[in-house]
Write a protein that binds this ligand. Structure first.
Ligand code: 5AD
Ligand code: SF4
Length: 346
């Protein structure tokens, strides 16, 4: 504990030195929970029949974007399940152009996309339409671990396809973000060390990483539940499968702080999943070196169904309530908000 507090302080000081005290907001719009994939950890995987699927209509996306402008957020992030059909590709391009054309700001909203793997042509097409950044987590940078948390034998769940997508995004000229889950079944300390090296080698501009939170209607969630029924097994389960919330929070904060020390200039998100472990989880991440928060601005009726993991916070709150709550908490840790700023590091 002692050493971590020192680490957190060092990371915080490095952030202040290289980036200043500001926290930047990206208003998160969960545009659709329809997904063609079946990641073994994810609550909205295609194979979960208990999800009410939705696709936000244009007017609701634009309403949220307008909210972001009025709230002074400076940027939005469009996040959704993975779809590659041409209707979807065209629709996203059109929405990007419309959002960029919204008035009432000194500069157009920054746009981050988080829409999964696409061909290099589609990445370029959306970039030309006006997108600025792309977030595609590697989820686990170790190929073996990656294959344990994804279905085997399908091209769209292959590690090499995902890696290629990251390279394609880079050459398409996006500010590139990636990330991992922390505390996965089978994951080891060495895996986490290598995740940090991976971010550095890829020279990413942003990282969003957060704790793995089991979801009971997923294969991995069921596996972890079984493991907890049978504590005595000698089977290899990794270093973290049975951490308490407090330990997992601490491990996640440690990763944030170590990353800040390794890459002092980049944008590091204080992710929503931290808030599942501790109501002040994101604020603690800010104190450990993170400088970006993604407040949910999805219309309230839809966001109930964007349930990646159990206990996802704020499902009932509207965008304004989410903002008020966050500001109060950020104030309590002395953070300064970069209103109306993009906050890109380059
Ligand atoms: N716990 C934590 N994060 C999850 N994600 C998906 N399922 C879970 C889970 N059970 C994360 C993935 C994905 C992002 C959109 O949500 O890392 O990239
Ligand atoms: Fe789909 Fe993303 Fe969930 Fe995988 S993690 S099932 S790609 S929404």
């Amino acid at each position: 504990m002692e050493t971590n507090n020192n680490l957190f302080k060092e990371a915080y000081n490095l952030k202040i030195k290289h980036r200043g005290p500001k926290v930047y907001f990206r208003g998160l719009i969960e545009i659709s929970n329809v997904c063609a994939k079946n990641c073994l950890y994810c609550g909205i995987r295609k194979g979960n029949p208990c999800v009410d699927r939705y696709v936000l209509p244009d007017n609701q996306v634009m309403e949220s974007a307008r909210f972001a402008i009025d709230a002074g957020y400076g940027s939005i992030a469009l996040q959704g399940g993975e779809r590659q059909d041409s209707e979807w590709v065209e629709r996203i391009a059109r929405l990007i152009r419309e959002i960029k054309g919204l008035g009432g700001t000194s500069q157009p909203l920054g746009i981050t996309l988080s829409l999964g793997e696409q061909s290099s042509e589609v990445f370029r097409y959306w970039k030309q339409a006006g997108a600025d950044r792309y977030l595609l987590r590697i989820e686990a940078s170790d190929e073996q671990l990656y294959s344990k948390i994804h279905p085997s034998g399908t091209k769209n769940h292959s590690y090499s396809t995902r890696l290629q997508a990251l390279y394609d995004l880079k050459s398409a000229g996006y500010l590139l973000g990636t990330g991992v889950m922390i505390g996965l079944p089978y994951q080891t300390r060495a895996n986490l060390d290598n995740d940090l090296k991976f971010f550095k080698e890829l020279e990413v501009d942003m990282v969003g990483m957060g704790p793995y939170i089991p979801h009971e209607l997923t294969p991995l969630g069921k596996l972890v539940a079984q493991w907890k029924q049978n504590m005595e097994s000698t089977e290899f389960r990794g270093d973290f499968w049975n951490l308490s919330d407090k330990q997992l929070l601490n491990l996640s904060l440690e990763m944030v702080a170590r990353l800040r020390c390794l890459m002092p200039h980049i944008n590091i998100a204080a992710t929503t999943a931290l808030q599942v472990l501790d109501p002040l989880g994101r604020e603690k991440a800010i104190m450990a070196g993170a400088n970006v928060i993604m407040p949910n601005i999805t219309v309230t009726e839809a966001k109930r169904n964007y349930n990646l993991y159990e206990g996802k916070p704020g499902l009932q709150d509207d965008a304004q309530a989410t903002k008020d709550f966050l500001l109060k908490n950020l104030e309590s840790v002395g953070a300064v908000v970069g209103w109306n700023e993009r906050g890109d590091w380059r």
